[in-house]
Ligand binder design. Structure first.
Ligand SMILES: [Zn+2]
Length: 278
Protein backbone atom coordinates (compact mmCIF):
# COMPACT_ATOMS: atom_id res chain seq x y z
CA UNK A 1 0.00 0.00 0.00
CA UNK A 2 1.21 3.50 -0.83
CA UNK A 3 1.36 5.84 2.15
CA UNK A 4 0.82 9.60 2.02
CA UNK A 5 3.54 12.20 2.29
CA UNK A 6 2.66 15.82 3.11
CA UNK A 7 4.86 18.89 3.48
CA UNK A 8 3.73 22.14 5.10
CA UNK A 9 5.63 24.62 2.96
CA UNK A 10 6.57 27.43 5.30
CA UNK A 11 9.72 29.18 6.54
CA UNK A 12 11.76 28.35 9.66
CA UNK A 13 10.07 31.19 11.58
CA UNK A 14 6.42 30.26 10.96
CA UNK A 15 5.58 29.07 14.45
CA UNK A 16 2.44 29.76 16.50
CA UNK A 17 3.47 29.23 20.12
CA UNK A 18 2.65 32.82 20.98
CA UNK A 19 1.61 35.88 18.98
CA UNK A 20 5.00 37.52 18.59
CA UNK A 21 7.23 34.61 17.48
CA UNK A 22 7.67 36.38 14.15
CA UNK A 23 6.88 39.84 12.92
CA UNK A 24 5.18 39.80 9.50
CA UNK A 25 6.68 43.25 8.77
CA UNK A 26 10.28 42.13 9.32
CA UNK A 27 12.64 40.56 6.77
CA UNK A 28 14.11 37.22 7.72
CA UNK A 29 16.78 35.00 6.22
CA UNK A 30 15.40 32.80 3.41
CA UNK A 31 15.92 29.07 4.02
CA UNK A 32 12.87 27.64 2.25
CA UNK A 33 14.30 27.43 -1.26
CA UNK A 34 17.38 25.36 -0.46
CA UNK A 35 15.53 23.14 2.02
CA UNK A 36 12.66 22.45 -0.38
CA UNK A 37 15.04 21.70 -3.24
CA UNK A 38 16.78 19.15 -0.99
CA UNK A 39 13.42 17.56 -0.25
CA UNK A 40 12.52 17.51 -3.96
CA UNK A 41 15.81 15.74 -4.76
CA UNK A 42 15.18 13.16 -2.04
CA UNK A 43 11.62 12.53 -3.25
CA UNK A 44 12.77 12.18 -6.87
CA UNK A 45 15.52 9.76 -5.87
CA UNK A 46 13.09 7.57 -3.93
CA UNK A 47 10.21 7.97 -6.41
CA UNK A 48 7.97 9.52 -3.76
CA UNK A 49 5.15 11.94 -4.51
CA UNK A 50 3.79 14.34 -1.91
CA UNK A 51 1.14 16.95 -1.21
CA UNK A 52 2.66 20.37 -0.50
CA UNK A 53 0.48 22.63 1.65
CA UNK A 54 1.89 25.94 0.43
CA UNK A 55 1.73 28.99 2.66
CA UNK A 56 0.51 32.03 0.67
CA UNK A 57 3.36 34.12 2.10
CA UNK A 58 5.88 31.65 0.64
CA UNK A 59 4.08 31.41 -2.73
CA UNK A 60 4.13 35.19 -3.07
CA UNK A 61 7.88 35.39 -2.42
CA UNK A 62 8.95 32.28 -4.36
CA UNK A 63 6.50 31.56 -7.21
CA UNK A 64 9.24 29.75 -9.14
CA UNK A 65 9.67 27.27 -6.29
CA UNK A 66 5.95 26.46 -6.39
CA UNK A 67 6.17 25.86 -10.16
CA UNK A 68 9.16 23.57 -9.61
CA UNK A 69 7.22 21.50 -7.08
CA UNK A 70 4.21 21.23 -9.40
CA UNK A 71 6.39 20.35 -12.41
CA UNK A 72 7.97 17.52 -10.38
CA UNK A 73 4.48 15.96 -10.19
CA UNK A 74 3.56 16.77 -6.60
CA UNK A 75 0.15 18.00 -5.53
CA UNK A 76 -0.10 21.68 -4.63
CA UNK A 77 -2.56 22.48 -1.85
CA UNK A 78 -2.79 25.47 0.50
CA UNK A 79 -1.77 26.21 4.10
CA UNK A 80 -3.55 29.61 4.16
CA UNK A 81 -1.76 32.94 3.74
CA UNK A 82 -0.35 34.29 7.00
CA UNK A 83 0.01 31.24 9.29
CA UNK A 84 -2.46 32.46 11.89
CA UNK A 85 -4.32 29.99 14.11
CA UNK A 86 -7.85 29.34 12.80
CA UNK A 87 -9.40 29.37 16.29
CA UNK A 88 -7.99 32.87 16.86
CA UNK A 89 -9.59 34.22 13.68
CA UNK A 90 -13.14 35.31 12.98
CA UNK A 91 -14.87 33.32 10.21
CA UNK A 92 -14.63 36.40 7.94
CA UNK A 93 -10.88 36.84 8.49
CA UNK A 94 -10.32 33.10 7.98
CA UNK A 95 -12.26 33.14 4.72
CA UNK A 96 -10.27 36.11 3.45
CA UNK A 97 -6.91 34.53 4.42
CA UNK A 98 -7.70 31.18 2.76
CA UNK A 99 -9.25 32.56 -0.43
CA UNK A 100 -6.29 34.92 -0.90
CA UNK A 101 -3.82 32.03 -0.50
CA UNK A 102 -5.84 29.72 -2.75
CA UNK A 103 -6.04 32.25 -5.57
CA UNK A 104 -2.36 33.16 -5.29
CA UNK A 105 -1.27 29.54 -5.75
CA UNK A 106 -3.85 28.85 -8.47
CA UNK A 107 -2.55 31.81 -10.47
CA UNK A 108 1.01 30.47 -10.17
CA UNK A 109 0.30 26.86 -11.21
CA UNK A 110 -2.71 27.48 -13.48
CA UNK A 111 -4.76 24.75 -11.80
CA UNK A 112 -7.38 24.74 -9.08
CA UNK A 113 -6.39 23.84 -5.54
CA UNK A 114 -8.48 21.20 -3.77
CA UNK A 115 -6.85 20.70 -0.38
CA UNK A 116 -6.29 22.80 2.74
CA UNK A 117 -4.33 22.31 5.94
CA UNK A 118 -4.60 24.78 8.83
CA UNK A 119 -1.51 26.18 10.56
CA UNK A 120 -0.68 24.10 13.67
CA UNK A 121 -3.71 21.78 13.25
CA UNK A 122 -5.91 24.64 14.42
CA UNK A 123 -9.30 23.25 13.38
CA UNK A 124 -10.39 22.24 16.87
CA UNK A 125 -13.74 22.17 18.77
CA UNK A 126 -13.48 26.01 18.83
CA UNK A 127 -13.25 26.41 15.03
CA UNK A 128 -15.38 23.72 13.37
CA UNK A 129 -17.17 26.53 11.47
CA UNK A 130 -14.07 26.54 9.25
CA UNK A 131 -15.23 23.33 7.53
CA UNK A 132 -18.30 25.04 6.09
CA UNK A 133 -16.19 27.91 4.75
CA UNK A 134 -13.72 25.50 3.14
CA UNK A 135 -16.61 23.71 1.44
CA UNK A 136 -17.96 27.06 0.23
CA UNK A 137 -14.54 27.96 -1.20
CA UNK A 138 -14.58 24.80 -3.30
CA UNK A 139 -12.16 22.59 -1.40
CA UNK A 140 -12.53 18.82 -1.80
CA UNK A 141 -10.68 17.96 1.37
CA UNK A 142 -9.30 19.38 4.60
CA UNK A 143 -6.31 17.87 6.40
CA UNK A 144 -6.28 20.05 9.51
CA UNK A 145 -7.53 17.74 12.22
CA UNK A 146 -5.39 15.81 14.66
CA UNK A 147 -7.55 13.31 16.58
CA UNK A 148 -5.62 13.82 19.81
CA UNK A 149 -5.53 16.48 22.52
CA UNK A 150 -2.51 18.72 23.16
CA UNK A 151 -2.14 22.16 24.73
CA UNK A 152 -1.99 23.76 21.25
CA UNK A 153 -4.38 21.72 19.14
CA UNK A 154 -6.45 18.58 18.65
CA UNK A 155 -9.97 17.27 18.05
CA UNK A 156 -9.96 14.14 20.20
CA UNK A 157 -13.50 13.14 19.16
CA UNK A 158 -12.54 12.97 15.46
CA UNK A 159 -12.56 9.61 13.67
CA UNK A 160 -9.03 8.43 12.85
CA UNK A 161 -9.56 7.92 9.11
CA UNK A 162 -11.05 10.09 6.31
CA UNK A 163 -14.72 11.02 6.81
CA UNK A 164 -17.33 13.60 5.84
CA UNK A 165 -17.90 15.73 8.96
CA UNK A 166 -21.29 16.57 10.38
CA UNK A 167 -21.80 20.26 10.94
CA UNK A 168 -25.07 21.87 12.08
CA UNK A 169 -26.90 18.56 11.45
CA UNK A 170 -25.67 18.38 7.87
CA UNK A 171 -23.13 15.96 6.42
CA UNK A 172 -20.62 18.06 4.53
CA UNK A 173 -19.33 17.25 1.05
CA UNK A 174 -15.90 18.23 2.30
CA UNK A 175 -13.74 15.25 3.20
CA UNK A 176 -11.72 15.46 6.41
CA UNK A 177 -8.37 13.65 6.18
CA UNK A 178 -7.12 13.49 9.78
CA UNK A 179 -3.47 13.08 10.70
CA UNK A 180 -2.34 9.53 11.46
CA UNK A 181 -2.39 7.96 14.90
CA UNK A 182 -2.14 4.46 16.31
CA UNK A 183 -4.55 3.18 18.96
CA UNK A 184 -2.83 2.16 22.21
CA UNK A 185 -4.81 1.45 25.40
CA UNK A 186 -7.88 3.22 23.98
CA UNK A 187 -5.90 6.34 23.16
CA UNK A 188 -4.86 7.85 19.83
CA UNK A 189 -1.08 8.20 19.75
CA UNK A 190 0.63 10.43 17.17
CA UNK A 191 3.81 9.30 15.43
CA UNK A 192 3.91 10.39 11.83
CA UNK A 193 5.29 13.89 11.63
CA UNK A 194 6.82 17.02 13.11
CA UNK A 195 8.01 16.67 16.70
CA UNK A 196 6.76 13.07 16.95
CA UNK A 197 8.70 12.06 13.82
CA UNK A 198 11.84 13.77 15.13
CA UNK A 199 11.53 12.37 18.66
CA UNK A 200 10.61 8.73 17.96
CA UNK A 201 13.12 6.15 16.74
CA UNK A 202 12.94 4.99 13.12
CA UNK A 203 11.93 1.42 14.04
CA UNK A 204 8.92 2.61 16.05
CA UNK A 205 7.72 4.95 13.28
CA UNK A 206 8.05 2.13 10.72
CA UNK A 207 6.12 -0.19 13.02
CA UNK A 208 3.32 2.40 13.44
CA UNK A 209 3.06 2.89 9.66
CA UNK A 210 2.71 -0.88 9.27
CA UNK A 211 0.04 -0.95 11.99
CA UNK A 212 -2.04 1.71 10.19
CA UNK A 213 -1.57 -0.15 6.87
CA UNK A 214 -2.81 -3.37 8.50
CA UNK A 215 -5.97 -1.47 9.46
CA UNK A 216 -6.44 -0.90 5.71
CA UNK A 217 -5.36 2.76 5.51
CA UNK A 218 -2.36 4.72 4.27
CA UNK A 219 -0.39 6.49 7.00
CA UNK A 220 0.01 10.24 6.54
CA UNK A 221 3.54 11.50 7.19
CA UNK A 222 3.99 15.27 7.56
CA UNK A 223 7.13 17.39 7.72
CA UNK A 224 8.31 20.97 7.27
CA UNK A 225 11.35 21.98 5.17
CA UNK A 226 12.97 23.47 8.32
CA UNK A 227 13.01 20.02 9.93
CA UNK A 228 15.92 18.92 7.73
CA UNK A 229 17.86 22.16 8.35
CA UNK A 230 20.11 22.00 11.44
CA UNK A 231 21.81 25.26 10.37
CA UNK A 232 18.67 27.44 10.57
CA UNK A 233 18.70 30.55 12.81
CA UNK A 234 17.04 30.03 16.19
CA UNK A 235 13.82 31.73 17.33
CA UNK A 236 13.39 33.11 20.84
CA UNK A 237 11.21 30.47 22.47
CA UNK A 238 10.56 29.05 25.93
CA UNK A 239 12.34 25.81 26.85
CA UNK A 240 9.22 23.74 26.11
CA UNK A 241 8.62 25.48 22.77
CA UNK A 242 12.28 25.08 21.81
CA UNK A 243 12.06 21.39 22.49
CA UNK A 244 8.94 21.02 20.32
CA UNK A 245 10.43 23.14 17.54
CA UNK A 246 14.02 21.88 17.36
CA UNK A 247 14.31 18.48 19.05
CA UNK A 248 15.88 15.88 16.77
CA UNK A 249 16.50 18.23 13.82
CA UNK A 250 20.01 16.87 13.25
CA UNK A 251 18.84 13.28 12.68
CA UNK A 252 15.62 14.05 10.85
CA UNK A 253 16.86 13.92 7.25
CA UNK A 254 18.53 10.54 7.72
CA UNK A 255 15.37 9.16 9.34
CA UNK A 256 13.29 10.50 6.45
CA UNK A 257 15.62 8.79 3.96
CA UNK A 258 15.19 5.45 5.77
CA UNK A 259 11.42 5.87 5.72
CA UNK A 260 11.49 6.78 1.99
CA UNK A 261 13.55 3.65 1.30
CA UNK A 262 11.20 1.38 3.23
CA UNK A 263 7.77 2.72 2.18
CA UNK A 264 6.16 4.00 -1.02
CA UNK A 265 4.58 7.44 -0.85
CA UNK A 266 2.11 9.44 -2.86
CA UNK A 267 0.03 12.63 -2.59
CA UNK A 268 -3.38 12.91 -0.93
CA UNK A 269 -4.90 13.60 -4.36
CA UNK A 270 -3.56 10.38 -5.85
CA UNK A 271 -4.30 8.34 -2.76
CA UNK A 272 -7.91 9.51 -2.49
CA UNK A 273 -8.27 9.35 -6.25
CA UNK A 274 -10.66 12.24 -6.61
CA UNK A 275 -11.05 13.74 -10.05
CA UNK A 276 -9.88 17.27 -10.86
CA UNK A 277 -13.48 18.27 -11.70
CA UNK A 278 -14.83 17.12 -8.34
ZN1 LIG B 1 2.44 25.41 9.32
Amino acid sequence: MKNILTIDLEEWFHANYHDDVFDPQKTYEVRIVQNTERLLDLFAKHKAKATFFVLGYVAEQHPQLIREIATAGHEIATHGYAHQLVYQQTPAVFKEDVSRAKKLVEDIIGKSVKGYRAPSWSITPKSLWAWEILEELGFVYDASVFPIETYLYGLPSSPRFPYHPQYKERTLNLLEVPSSTVRILNKNIPFAGGFYFRALPYSLIAQCINTVNKEGHPAIVYLHPREIDPGQPRLTLSLKESLIHYYGISGCEQKLIRILKKFEFTSIKESLNYSAEH
